[in-house]
Design a protein around this ligand. Structure first.
Ligand SMILES: C[S@@+](CC[C@H](N)C(=O)[O-])C[C@H]1O[C@@H](n2cnc3c(N)ncnc32)[C@H](O)[C@@H]1O
Length: 231
């Protein structure tokens, strides 16, 4: 299993992450019999959960290995390899669109949101959710190093601050009536340690975080933006 998938698996089991996914489904509105595309679906849990709620859910991911894992985990699910910027869906064929922790990895998130607008039928809803990588707070005895490492990680990503831009992206693509929520992910223990290892491989700084984890003193706080709008 890839280290990204292992981290995602750990995060998605956290009660706050379960609540956040549930909130994202609520913001889509009526799901029964609706076609919902979950873009950048990763291991596919959201697709399975949307199907449980009565949707015809389709998971799309650029990575064939993610799609293979999703198909293995959720044999009843519908999963397709595809690009967020060129979705394998007809124009106007979906009722709802969801992208969770995806737009920050794209060079041109506006293209993906334009594509969301294309595949949605009039009145359909889009929900974007994800973290702002410049706003992550980590308790540390080395605050300046921590700030440098968090910013270095953000700078390594194509679109690190796109979450704070979701509302404007949706409006610019022609969506209306945006709802903006910011939830706070609070991570401790092994999940927090997994997260800081994804931020840096700087050994001395990680050693302090590992010692904190062993002593139950590790704390990582991540603001997560959740924005819904109507097509
Ligand atoms: C951080 S993971 C999030 C996965 C899942 N949405 C979740 O919340 O656990 C980002 C996912 O986006 C996928 N991805 C990256 N670029 C993509 C693109 N251009 N089109 C579709 N999926 C993409 C990756 O393969 C990965 O599965």
């Amino acid at each position: 299993m890839s280290s990204l998938l292992a981290t995602l698996d750990a995060i998605e089991r956290e009660p706050a992450a379960v609540a956040l996914r549930t909130r994202s489904y609520e913001l889509l509105g009526d799901l029964t019999g609706r076609t919902v595309v979950d873009v950048g679906c990763g291991g596919g849990r959201a697709v399975a959960e949307l199907a449980e709620r009565g949707a015809h859910a389709v998971g799309v991911d650029l990575d064939p290995e993610m799609i293979a894992v999703a198909r293995e985990r959720w044999p009843a699910g519908v999963f397709q390899v595809g690009d967020a910027c060129a979705l394998p869906l007809e124009t106007g064929s979906a009722s709802h669109y969801r992208a969770d922790k995806v737009l920050h990895v794209l060079e041109d998130p506006a293209r993906a949101v334009a594509e969301a607008r294309r595949v949605l039928a009039p009145g359909g809803r889009a929900v974007l959710l994800g973290q702002d990588w410049d706003m992550i707070a980590i308790d540390s005895d080395e605050p300046e190093t921590t700030r440098r490492l968090v910013h270095a990680k953000a700078d390594s990503l194509p679109s690190p601050r796109i979450a704070r831009g979701y509302r404007n992206l949706l409006l610019d693509a022609g969506f209306t009536d945006p709802i903006v929520e910011v939830h706070t992910g609070v991570f401790t223990g092994d999940t927090a340690l997994d997260l800081v290892k994804r931020i840096t491989d700087e050994e001395s700084w990680l050693a302090e975080q590992a010692a904190r984890a062993r002593a139950n003193r590790i704390l990582v706080v991540v603001p997560i933006f959740l924005v819904a709008a109507q097509a």
